[in-house]
Design a protein around this ligand. Structure first.
Ligand SMILES: [Zn+2]
Ligand SMILES: [Zn+2]
Length: 103
């Protein structure tokens, strides 16, 4: 399991838990993406590896690279910018296990 960090925007109050690295969950690898559709940080399935469970390893489910909230396929990598999806201000991260590193 990968770990998540909590990010918060002090400008508008938006906060989200962000994967530190793509998480190899049993069914599909998920990672945090910036959804342009609903302007949120969402957990998006990127790579399906549960084909064995379905008895067909070639199946590619339709939920890959798609926002689970609004169904938009306009999801982008977020790591580099750390900009708030709501207002564009910088978000500040803290290790969720150690509480907020910011006040
Ligand atoms: Zn904001
Ligand atoms: Zn969305």
């Amino acid at each position: 399991m990968s770990t998540t960090s909590k990010y918060k925007c002090n400008a508008c109050g938006y906060s989200a838990a962000v994967w530190d690295a793509p998480d190899p969950a049993p069914i599909a690898t998920v990672d945090t993406r910036h959804c342009q559709g609903c302007k949120s940080l969402v957990e998006v399935p990127l790579e399906f590896h549960g084909g064995g469970l379905l008895g067909d390893s070639d199946v590619v489910p339709s939920f890959l690279n798609r926002c689970p909230d609004c169904n938009s396929t306009n999801v982008q990598s977020w790591d580099a910018k750390h900009a708030c999806p709501k207002c564009g201000e910088h978000m500040i991260g803290g290790d969720i296990n150690n509480g907020y590193a910011i006040s």
